[in-house]
Structures are given as C-alpha cells and as structure tokens.
Ligand binder design. Structure first.
Ligand code: 2P0
Length: 347
C-alpha cells in the first residue's frame, strides 16, 4: 500500500470576552461543567486576542507547543483533553487514506497573545477558544459544536467561540453535552456599545480562578444562594435589557453581578481578594459619574484580578475615558484597550 503523507496548517485568531453575568463555580471539575450560566460580550478582532497557528505533519515526531515565543510542555491535562477530543472526532470521520494518516501525524501549535498573559485579562478564554478552532480546521471537524471542546480547556473559553453577546448555558446533563455557548445577539444589535479595559496591574494574579472557585464551591453559602436564586433571574433580565438596548438596566445588573461575585470571594473561607484599592476607586468614580448623570450611563465589572472593565455607550465612554486618565494618571494611554462589540464572530 502507498503510504499517505499529511501536511496541513491553519492560522486563526479569537478575541477575549468580558462577562457581565459571571461564571464562578464548577459542578464537575474534569468536564468543566459550571454551577451557573453566564453571559459575556466578545471583543473585536482588532482588540485583545490570541492568534494560533497549527501545523499537522507526518514529518513531526511529537506534539509540541509554543506560547508567546517560548516552548511549553504539551502534557497539561486540559490541553491533552482538548487534543484527544479533536482527534477522536477526526477518527470517527476518517474515510480516505489521507484522513486516516492524519490520526498518526503530530501537531505543532504556536500561540501568541497581543496582551499580558494571566493578568486577569482572560488569556485562557481567547487561548483555548483559538486553539480549539484552529485544531478543528486542520483536523476537519468544524461540523461539531466546538464550544463544548473549548469548555474543557477553560470554562470561559466556550464564550469566545462566538462574537457579539454570548450565553454559556450551564446545562443539566452529567456528560456535559448540553453545556455549550450560544450567541444571543449579534454585535451590531447594539451599535455604539463600548468596552474600556483599565489595566490596574499586569502582574500574574494571586489566586487562580480554578483553585479559587473550587474553594468557593466548598465553603461559600452565598455562592449557593447566587446559584439557585440570583443568576437564573439575572440571565433572563440581562438578555431582556440587551434585547431592548436598555443601558440603565443592563448596567445595573452588570455592576450588581460583579459586586456579588466579589462578595462570594469574600465569603469564601479563607477569603479571596481580587479587587485592590485602585479597583475600588474605579467603582467610586463610576458610581459618582452615574449619580451626576442621574442615570446609569456606565457600568464597571471586575474579574479574577484588579483590572477594571467599563461598559458604556460611545458618548458616555468619551467622558469616562478622560475621567480615568485624570483620576488614574499612573495608567499610561497604552494601558487602555478599547474593545468594541461591533465586529463579526470569532475567528
Ligand atoms: C467569567 N471568570 O465569567 C468569570 C468571572 C473569572 C471571573 O471565567 O477553571 O479561567 O479554566 O474554567 O474560565 C475565569 O474562569 O476558569 C472566569 P476555568 P476560567 O469570565
């Protein structure tokens, strides 16, 4: 028999997403099944993103990985789960000799972020989303619901598989088959929506999301209340606010959900602190701005780190941006990233 040779490659990019209803807690740590649904906006392709190239070749004698220019071990269990899932899909679909040879070939994966890694800027979200999408291209398995594979890399990554407004529905099944992301609204549904990321610190965060949420699930009673009583109502309410382009409603829910996520961190034992004094000063600035306007015109939200993210419509954002550079002069202009949600889906 003639031996089939394989040489395939693809390059894709995927942006970061910023949650307004936060994911915090797993009911299954291996499959990465969450204890509540979440909702986010995916940034523009021109903003914070990961770009990944994958080469698949019969000439390679092992799988290898480079992150931001440095070779890393490929043995990370989450990465292995992702690769295994993609390869098993490819194996189910293989018909021709070339497609069967694909199963014996190895991959070289090269991934770069255009922003600081692990500073609470969702690098794992864009990273795994991009890797899964690019692997799916070279393995020819794009017909599968890929957000389920991105999810086993990092929970929030499933939301970066789509552009615009994206919900991750928690699902109820034990095998995770109904726990995937879906776009609720196109980016251009709400023209003029802007996202400002204020980089308070680009240092690596203290408590990883994975270990932090594990401790919260085991110890926080507030998290149990959040899961059963709060998030289901908020998921419905924020979708309505987005549908109606009602910024005041959207902004209030966004700020309340960020507040509750950080309250859950404080209720965790031992407690977890992600926001620092600068983060808290940003909360006060936004609150005073809204009071002055007599209406919610800007909304802050914070993830597992001190960096502030502000959602506002274009006109209010112009004022917010000049206020932040006035009150937080230590942040140079290049520490501001302006995301928009006006581009087509990733990648
Ligand atoms: C979110 N975060 O919804 C929330 C808000 C942090 C605070 O998703 O363990 O890095 O890889 O599933 O996805 C961070 O959690 O955690 C996160 P894993 P992930 O954006």
């Amino acid at each position: 028999a003639v031996e089939s040779k394989v040489n395939r490659q693809a390059t894709c990019s995927a942006p970061v997403n910023i949650a307004v209803i936060k994911y915090w807690g797993k009911r299954d740590e291996k499959l990465i099944l969450p204890t509540n649904s979440s909702l986010s906006a995916t940034l523009d392709q021109a903003d914070l993103k990961t770009t990944t190239s994958v080469a698949l070749s019969s000439e390679f004698d092992s799988d290898r990985l480079w992150l931001n220019g440095k070779e890393e071990s490929i043995t990370n269990p989450r990465l292995q789960n992702v690769l295994q899932k993609i390869r098993s899909l490819a194996s189910e679909r293989a018909q021709t000799d070339e497609e069967k040879a694909v199963l014996d070939a190895h991959v070289h994966i090269v991934s770069v972020n255009n922003f600081p890694t692990a500073a609470g800027l969702a690098s794992s979200a864009s990273g795994y989303a991009c890797m899964v999408y690019t692997l799916a291209q070279v393995y020819g398995v794009t017909d599968y619901e890929l957000s389920k594979i991105a999810r086993v890399g990092s929970g929030s990554a499933c939301r970066s598989m789509y552009g615009g407004w994206v919900a991750w529905n928690m699902g109820t099944r034990d095998d995770g088959d109904d726990s995937f992301a879906e776009q609720t609204h196109l980016a251009d549904h709400w023209p003029g929506m802007k996202i400002l990321i204020l980089v308070v610190s680009d240092r690596k965060k203290g408590t990883s999301s994975t270990s932090g949420m594990g401790t919260s699930v085991r110890t926080s009673e507030l998290l149990q209340h959040r899961i059963t009583e709060v998030v289901p109502k908020r998921m419905a309410a924020i979708k309505e606010a987005i549908e109606a382009r009602d910024f005041a409603q959207f902004g209030e829910i966004t700020m309340r959900d960020s507040n509750q996520f950080h309250a859950v961190c404080l209720d965790t034992y031992p407690p977890i602190f992600y926001m620092n004094d600068t983060s808290k000063a940003v909360v006060q600035m936004v609150t005073q701005y809204n009071t002055m306007k007599g209406e919610v015109k800007a909304a802050y939200t914070f993830d597992a780190g001190p960096n502030a993210v502000i959602y506002a419509m274009e006109d209010a954002m112009a004022e917010i941006a000049s206020l932040t550079s006035h009150f937080f002069p230590s942040t140079t202009p290049d520490t501001f990233f302006r995301g928009t949600t006006t581009a087509p889906p990733a990648p």
